[in-house]
Design a protein around this ligand. Structure first.
Ligand SMILES: [Zn+2]
Length: 57
């Protein structure tokens, strides 16, 4: 099970998500970033890097 917490990338946000499938997890994170943090995909490489590092397996 992979999990991600928004606060782990320095956001003041309580969002967290868990999923068995990492691709699924990434798409949920992308959707959240768009809706809640006003970020438009494609995300900058350093942002993706941060997110990937914050994902716990
Ligand atoms: Zn968030």
């Amino acid at each position: 099970m992979s999990s991600f917490k928004c606060k782990d990338i320095g956001m003041k946000c309580k969002f967290e998500v868990k999923d068995e499938n990492q691709d699924e997890l990434m798409s949920v994170i992308a959707l959240h970033a768009e809706k809640t943090h006003n970020m438009k995909a494609p995300f900058p490489a350093d942002m993706m890097d941060k997110v990937k590092k914050a994902i716990r397996k």
